[in-house]
Design a protein around this ligand. Structure first.
Ligand SMILES: [Zn+2]
Length: 339
């Protein structure tokens, strides 16, 4: 991510900061933040003794930092730049933010017939691959939907279910989203070309500009702004599935199921994790040992048998060759004798 010096606009009705001006800033980009300048501010906030909630809130609003990040300790090691070398997570940015927010706007604004949408979702002809995991079939349970449902709703379902449901203007605003999701979760899984990255950049900017012009300043949340930086991560670090959080989120669902004493949760998890790591290590060590002599009697027996066969085969072949050699010498000497 490349963070820029954006100036937030405070809206009193929403009691929130917003970051508008996409059309203007596409042509005249915001100034990028430079680590050397920002580190001084981070350190100053870190060392400040008046650590009250109001103070932090004011400083956080003004500069966007709450102190000096621990990750900055990596900077002397290999020039790790906390502002530029960290990435946005595709799962949280696209399905759980852009798609979810847009759909909740559509559903709350009564711009489409909700019952017809539910009906069309049930009629969606899913392929076998998609059917193997979660599907956005049940619109009534939208409150329990995970990232996967929102992802599949955006692409491939939305173009099927929203056709005829949305007005032309609403559909024009929504149109870039299925392509963005398709790029990240489908086409991009086979690799990204420079052309794909440029198209993704244009789609992101188009979506942000249309959102601002259609829904106003209150649509310009910071996550919408982050979308315009997403292609920079892909340019620098390749496909987002190399570094997204999906697999870690799946591990979280496993941790939640883990029974614990409800007292020292961290300790319980830490112990279970160390046991799991140990078992994993033991299994991999078992694989590594497969080619070496082992102390277990069973393995020794196999090894001995194997060695004996190989050894005896080698011996018999050498004996056989020596016999041929002797017979050949005898034959040559007999020939000499008769001639
Ligand atoms: Zn920015």
């Amino acid at each position: 991510m490349f963070l820029c010096h954006v100036v937030g606009t405070w809206l009193n009705e929403q009691r929130h900061y917003y970051y508008p001006g996409f059309r203007e800033h596409f042509r005249y980009p915001w100034r990028k933040r430079v680590l050397e300048e920002e580190v001084e501010i981070m350190a100053e906030i870190e060392q400040e003794e008046r650590q009250t909630y109001m103070y932090f809130q004011d400083r956080s609003r003004e500069f966007g930092f709450n102190g000096l990040s621990l990750l900055h300790r990596l900077n002397p090691l290999y020039q790790f730049d906390i502002l530029n070398d960290t990435v946005f997570d595709a799962m949280h940015l696209l399905p759980l933010n852009v798609v979810k927010n847009h759909f909740s706007k559509l559903l709350s604004g009564e711009v489409m017939d909700e019952r017809e949408l539910a009906c069309k979702l049930k009629q969606m002809p899913w392929t076998t691959d998609y059917k193997s995991s979660r599907l956005p079939n049940d619109l009534e349970g939208i409150g329990y939907w995970k990232a996967e449902e929102y992802q599949k709703l955006a692409f491939p379902a939305s173009e099927f279910v929203l056709s005829g449901l949305l007005s032309e203007d609403e559909y024009t605003v929504w149109a870039p989203v299925p392509r963005l999701v398709e790029f990240v979760f489908n086409a991009g899984r086979d690799g990204w070309t420079e052309d794909m990255i440029q198209k993704f950049k244009c789609l992101s900017w188009r979506y942000c500009i249309l959102m601002e012009e259609h829904y106003g300043t209150q649509a310009c949340v910071v996550n919408l702004h982050n979308l315009i930086h997403f292609h920079e991560d892909i340019s620098r670090f390749s496909a987002p599935d190399n570094y997204w959080c999906t697999q870690f989120e799946r591990a979280v669902s496993r941790y939640v199921q883990q029974s614990s004493n409800r007292k020292y949760l961290e300790k319980t998890f830490a112990r279970k994790e160390s046991q799991r790591e140990f078992l994993k290590f033991q299994q991999s060590a078992g694989h590594l040992d497969a080619g070496r002599p082992s102390r277990s009697p069973k393995f020794n027996r196999e090894k001995v048998t194997y060695c004996t066969i190989v050894h005896s085969m080698g011996l018999s072949v050498s004996v056989y060759l020596q016999l041929i050699n002797i017979y050949f010498l005898l034959f040559v000497s007999l020939l000499n004798f008769f001639v």
